[in-house]
Structures are given as structure tokens and as C-alpha cells.
Write a protein that binds this ligand. Structure first.
Ligand SMILES: [Zn+2]
Ligand SMILES: [Zn+2]
Length: 413
């Protein structure tokens, strides 16, 4: 069974479905919906899955859905696609441009959604033929861009019972047909910190009789990043960078309050968890030394996505098996955030970059730009890759010994 040639089956499946999937993507692209408002998108996906005999269930807030393929014994592998669009105007001149002013799929989530639909249809065929050695949970997650969608999925039990989870994201810097893989952190944590400093205020002639608030705020601005650099493992790349500071109104009066705001970015999960307490501790010590009061508001963004080694091996095997030896390519960690990191805090898994660039193309719009688009052959690539990943993970998950080396599936290359 393990050596079964599903590369050939995927070819046959896609030969009959690829155009339908491209049309599905274009329809979503023309009707983008913002975070937690993806009602039409949810309905379109639900209708297509239902037509294939699957039984999707919509998340409690009304957008996003979960659908399980297969039943019975064996591991459960989850595949996640995000479905929301961005508040960015569509600047492309194509027949499938956004019909919603100010909103477009500039992050490629329409492509992710379509790939997961295609994968679902293929896996449903496999399950119907009794060829699925476990269960695959398809997670169509709302609100990745807000973020908050991953937490919504988790709060509704979306990953309970799941052994391993995979996701992918369009990458306009990588050629279509290739997939960017990396073990360890691949995106970063990003939080916001806001500090308000207060004191009695007074005349600049007599700073010793009050608290010199502007001076204290300046010390906070420089000492917090400096202190962090000596209290946190430098390999975590924890950085606090200020973006806004405000205090005072005239040259000769010491103000009674001031504000500083910035972001905390971090590549390491442990350091990310420790960051708020550590920043508060440094803040209290600097503020105390200069006699001012300081209050910190710390807003958590997302944790870094940290890819599990075994899961990346599975992605590699799958890519080599169905896309070819040269398909997996190294990719770098970005300082961008991605809420897939929340899943990986609870279960192992990995997140891959899907090449969407037409080879040789000169125009290179980044994600989140109004001109971003993909080479739509990436949809077929994505379906092959995700389906093979799920099957690889199911077969590997059934292995009795985890210490045994992974054996490549005997695919017809
Ligand atoms: Zn995005
Ligand atoms: Zn995205």
C-alpha cells in the first residue's frame, strides 16, 4: 500500500479538475471578504465540499469551516488554509479583479482556500476507495490578517485530536513548481508595547524638586532595548523598536506625562513568552531610579511559526515525490507574523512557502500589494503538494517506531 503510485492518481485527478479550481479561485478573487466577514467564501467552500459528499461544519461565529475526510483508525492530520482578504484596493487589470472597492486578496488566501478545496476533493476520492490510512481535518480558517482566526479555530476544538498540522503560503519570490522549506522558525512574533510615564511635573530650573520626566522617558527609551539585549539569548533576535514618543509642550516646563510606543519582534518562542515580564521588570527599575511612575500595556500579536523537524521531512518527501527532486528549496525566516504559530504551540507541524512566481517574470509584486497576483499553475502544484503531505504524514504516523528513519514513498518519479 505504501508504495502506491498516487502521483499518477493526482495527475489524472488534476487533468479533470484544474480549470474548475482556477475558476473557483477567480470567483473568490472577485468577491474578497475581510476578516470574520467571510460569509460568501465560507458558503462557496461548504457548497463545493458538500457536493463532493463531505460534511463540513461552519465555525460558531459564522465564518470559516472545518471538514474531516476519512474515518476509523489511524492518525489525524490537519491541513489549514486561511480564507480572508485585506483592506487593500485591487490595482490589477485582469478579468477577475476584485469587485469590492478597497478590498482584495493581496495575500493569496483565495489561492490557499482553492488548493485546500482541491485537496479535499482528491482525498475524498481516496477515502471513498478505502485508501486513506487515517483522517484528514481540513481547516478553512477565518481572519488570519486580523489576526485571531487561529485562536477562534482552537477555541472551537478545531485541533483537538490532531496529531500533526500543515499549512502553506504563496511566495512571490519563489518560482511556481518549487516549495520553500525550513526547519525551525520561519516567521516571527510581533507584539505591541505602549508605555505611559507620569510624574508631578515642574519647572526645568528645579528638576531635583520634581521628577525629570523627559529625561526619565529618554532613559526608558534607550535602557529597555539595551537591557533586553543583555538579558535575552541573542540568538532569539528579540528586538524592541520604538515607533512613537511624545512628551511635553514647552521648553521650560517639565511635563507630567509622556508616552512611548513600539513593537517587539522575536524569532524564538521561549523568549517571546518571557518578553512581557522582562520588559516590565526593566521598566520598573529605570522608572524607579528617576522617581516617575510607569505603566505598560503589552498587546500580544502572534507567536513565531516554528517548524518541527519531522514535519519538514514529511513536506520534503511529499514535494520530492509529487513535484520532483528539485522542488524543495531553502527559504528564509521572515520578520512577518503569521497566526499559524498558535497551532504549533500545541501540536507539531510545519508551514511551507509555495512558489507562485512565473519563471522569468520581471514584475514582482510582494504580498500585501494591490498588484500581487500568482501564476495559477501554483494551484495544481499546491494540491499535489498538500495531498501528498497529508498522505505521507498519515503513513508515517502509523509507523510503530519513531526512531526508524523516514523512508521515501516509492513514488513513480
Ligand atoms: Zn497577509
Ligand atoms: Zn497571508
Amino acid at each position: 500500500m505504501r508504495g502506491r503510485n498516487f502521483r499518477g492518481e493526482l495527475d489524472t485527478f488534476l487533468a479533470g479538475r484544474e480549470q474548475e479550481l482556477i475558476d473557483f479561485r477567480r470567483d473568490l478573487h472577485m468577491h474578497p471578504e475581510l476578516a470574520f466577514a467571510e460569509y460568501r467564501t465560507t458558503q462557496r467552500v461548504a457548497d463545493r465540499l458538500t457536493a463532493a459528499g463531505l460534511v463540513p461544519s461552519v465555525l460558531p461565529r459564522g465564518t470559516g469551516l472545518i471538514c474531516e475526510v476519512g474515518s476509523g483508525d489511524g492518525p489525524t492530520v490537519a491541513l489549514r488554509a486561511d480564507i480572508d482578504a485585506l483592506p487593500v484596493p485591487d490595482e490589477k487589470d485582469v478579468p477577475y479583479s476584485s469587485t469590492v472597492p478597497g478590498v482584495c486578496h493581496a495575500c493569496g488566501h483565495d489561492v490557499h482556500t482553492t488548493i485546500l478545496v482541491g485537496t479535499a476533493l482528491f482525498l475524498a476520492q481516496q477515502a471513498a476507495a478505502g485508501l486513506l490510512p487515517g483522517r484528514v481535518r481540513l481547516i478553512f480558517q477565518p481572519a488570519e490578517e486580523l489576526p485571531g482566526g487561529a485562536l477562534e479555530v482552537m477555541a472551537s476544538g478545531g485541533i483537538s485530536g490532531v496529531d500533526r498540522i500543515f499549512g502553506l503560503h504563496c511566495d512571490p519570490r519563489t518560482d511556481v513548481g518549487k516549495v520553500g522549506l525550513k526547519t525551525g522558525p520561519i516567521t516571527s512574533a510581533c507584539d505591541r508595547v505602549s508605555i505611559r510615564v507620569t510624574g508631578p511635573g515642574g519647572h526645568t530650573a528645579r528638576p531635583h524638586l520634581t521628577a525629570d520626566l523627559v529625561f526619565a522617558l529618554a532613559k526608558i527609551l534607550t535602557e529597555l532595548p539595551a537591557g533586553l539585549s543583555r538579558r535575552v539569548d541573542p540568538r532569539s533576535s528579540l528586538s524592541l523598536v520604538w515607533g512613537r514618543v511624545e512628551a511635553g509642550s514647552v521648553a521650560n516646563a517639565i511635563p507630567d506625562d509622556g508616552v512611548a510606543e513600539g513593537t517587539v519582534r522575536c524569532l524564538d518562542e521561549e523568549a517571546w513568552h518571557a518578553a512581557p515580564d522582562l520588559i516590565k521588570e526593566l521598566l520598573d527599575s529605570v522608572a524607579g531610579a528617576y522617581g516617575v511612575e510607569a505603566r505598560m500595556d503589552y498587546a500580544r500579536g502572534v507567536p513565531p511559526v516554528v517548524n518541527d523537524e519531522v514535519s519538514v521531512q514529511m513536506l520534503t518527501e511529499a514535494a520530492v515525490g509529487v513535484l520532483g527532486e528539485g522542488a524543495p528549496v531553502p527559504t528564509q525566516q521572515s520578520l512577518g507574523g503569521e497566526d499559524f504559530g498558535w497551532y504549533l504551540e500545541s501540536i507539531p507541524g510545519a508551514y511551507a512557502r509555495l512558489g507562485t512566481r512565473k519563471p522569468g517574470s520581471v514584475h514582482l509584486a510582494d504580498i500585501h500589494q494591490g498588484t500581487f497576483d500568482v501564476d495559477e499553475t501554483c494551484i495544481g502544484t499546491g494540491v499535489r503538494f498538500l495531498a501528498a503531505t497529508a498522505l505521507t504524514a498519515l503513513w508515517e504516523g502509523r509507523r510503530p517506531s519513531v526512531s526508524e528513519p523516514l523512508v521515501a514513498l516509492n513514488l513513480d518519479k
